[in-house]
Design a protein around this ligand. Structure first.
Ligand code: IPE
Ligand code: IPE
Ligand code: MG
Length: 227
């Protein structure tokens, strides 16, 4: 059976879910989506998963209306405030990837505080991708290498990425029906198994998550070799 350490998710379809339910505001979908994050974190932790990396806000999402951006920033802040007890109770370490420097100061502080309080946990690591873009991450890593005056190899370059100590992505899931990566984990997903589902993120259940894992277990991963 395939070893499974890391699942990454593009949590897409919140806005469409809200519309489908008859809500006038897209943000209702984000609110509902945050509940799925909570459930899935507990579930993944109980399953013994090592890393769950969740795309919360991309470097391209700044193109959205200001009101939606501001709601998402507040939602992340509130989410982290409410979920601290969940992290503490479930041995979950909290991490982020992405350029945090462009986030509101209060959110940056909340993120730093949550990381500090959970740093010693060794169960699941929930990695939130916030103001994350794979191209931005790679460019920042290249500039770090230049500043160090060193050429890189695959291992040393890995260590310059935001995901430095995190294992490669085994399963990459995108909800919401579109089959694209939207600038997510382009390096880390080099050998990921890709799963695209039409289910909108607020409808994504732990059962659907388990079904994907079951399918993953039966895949022959060859990594370029032969079996
Ligand atoms: C994903 O849902 C959440 C974020 C990008 C923050 P969307 O807001 O993209 O929802 P759709 O894709 O428009 O339905
Ligand atoms: C990807 O969803 C980003 C997140 C889920 C945070 P988008 O809705 O931003 O992606 P596109 O615009 O459909 O590619
Ligand atoms: Mg979307």
């Amino acid at each position: 059976m395939n070893e499974l350490k890391h699942i990454a998710i593009i949590m897409d379809g919140n806005g469409r879910w809200a519309k489908q339910q008859g809500f006038l505001k897209r943000i209702v979908g984000h609110e509902e989506g945050a509940k799925r994050v909570r459930e899935l974190t507990i579930h993944a932790s109980n399953r013994g998963l090592k890393y769950l990396t969740l795309y919360a806000f991309s470097t391209e999402n700044w193109k959205r209306p200001e009101a939606e951006i501001s709601f998402l920033m507040k939602l992340m802040d509130r989410y982290l405030k409410n979920e601290l007890s969940l992290f503490l109770d479930n041995n979950v370490r909290f991490e982020t990837i992405g350029d945090l420097s462009k986030l509101p100061d209060s959110l940056q502080e909340r993120i730093a505080y949550t990381k500090e309080k959970t740093a010693h946990f060794d169960g699941l690591t929930q990695v939130l991708a916030v103001n994350y873009g794979a191209k931005d991450e790679i460019i920042r890593a290249v500039n770090k290498a230049i500043a160090l005056g060193e050429s890189v190899n695959e291992d040393s370059f890995d260590a310059l990425l935001d995901t430095k100590a995190i294992d490669p992505v085994d399963i990459l899931i995108r909800t919401g029906g579109d089959k694209r990566l939207s600038n997510y984990l382009l390096w880390q997903a080099a050998y990921s198994e890709l799963f695209f589902t039409d289910t909108l993120w607020p409808d994504f259940t732990t059962e659907k998550f388990d079904d994907i894992i079951k399918e993953f277990e039966s895949i022959e991963r060859r990594f370029g070799g032969v079996k």
